[in-house]
Unconditional design. Structure first.
Length: 96
């Protein structure tokens, strides 16, 4: 689970978890983050992303304000799934 409540950043060491369980993303506006019931999401492997800068049109250039697509693609890339990361981003005009 990519979550701002994680304690550990995604790393290549998470590749086995990714392959076995996939990715879960919390899709919400950054402005409404406090409305997410994180206490109900205790299961899984909660992870943060390392420092990244957004390329999406809403938060372009803002550190750590990635869209779900960017976060998912970053996770795939970090875990060595380069082609999958590129395939996701190619769906968006700002992605590649």
């Amino acid at each position: 689970v990519l979550s701002p409540r994680g304690n550990v950043s995604v790393s290549p060491a998470d590749t086995e978890i990714l392959e076995k369980h996939g990715i879960s993303l919390i899709d919400c506006s950054w402005a409404r983050l406090e409305e997410i019931p994180f206490s109900q999401m205790s299961a899984g492997h909660h992870r943060l992303l390392p420092f990244l800068v957004a390329a999406n049109t809403v938060n372009y250039g803002r550190p750590s304000k990635l869209s779900c697509v960017e976060a998912g693609a970053a996770t795939l890339y970090i875990c060595g799934k380069f082609e999958a990361a590129i395939a996701i981003l190619q769906e968006f005009s700002w992605g590649m």
